[in-house]
Design a protein around this ligand. Structure first.
Ligand code: FES
Length: 124
C-alpha cells in the first residue's frame, strides 16, 4: 500500500535518533492512534544545521519524519516554518488517504521545535 519512496524512508530512515544538546525540541502526538513524534533541531546563524527525530508510530509516520529531516536540513527558520504537511506527503510521492494524517505529525513537530527554540532564545 506504500510506494517505493515511502518504503525506502520507512526501512532506512534518515537522521533517526535522539540529539544531544538540541537548540529546540518539538513533540506531538496523534490522539487517534497514540503515535508520538519528537523532532530535535540544532540552529546556528538562523539556519537548521542539524535535525533528528524519534518516532513511535506507523510506517507512514516514520517515513514522514525521515523525509522532513531531509527537507529541512540547511534551511533558514523562516523557510522551515513554511514547510507544510502536504509538502512532506508530496515529497514522499503521496500517501494512502487513510495515512495522510500520519504526515501531519512531521511538520507540526518541526514547527513546535522552532517555537521552542525561539522561546528559549527570545530576549527577556
Ligand atoms: Fe498513527 Fe500513522 S497511524 S501516525
Amino acid at each position: 500500500m506504500y510506494n517505493e519512496k515511502v518504503m525506502d524512508h520507512f526501512q532506512n530512515p534518515r537522521n533517526a535518533g535522539e540529539m544531544l544538546n538540541p537548540s529546540g525540541v518539538g513533540e506531538v502526538g496523534n490522539m487517534k492512534c497514540g503515535d508520538i513524534m519528537k523532532i530535535f533541531i540544532k540552529v546556528e546563524e538562523g539556519r537548521i544545521q542539524d535535525i533528528n527525530f524519534l518516532t513511535f508510530g506507523c510506517g507512514a509516520a516514520i517515513a514522514s519524519s525521515s523525509m522532513l529531516t531531509e527537507l529541512v536540513k540547511g534551511k533558514t527558520l523562516e523557510e522551515a516554518l513554511n514547510i507544510t504537511n502536504m509538502d512532506v506527503a508530496e515529497k514522499l510521492g503521496g500517501l494512502p488517504d487513510a495515512k495522510l494524517h500520519c504526515s501531519n505529525l512531521a511538520a507540526d513537530a518541526l514547527h513546535k521545535a522552532i517555537e521552542n527554540y525561539q522561546a528559549n532564545n527570545s530576549p527577556v
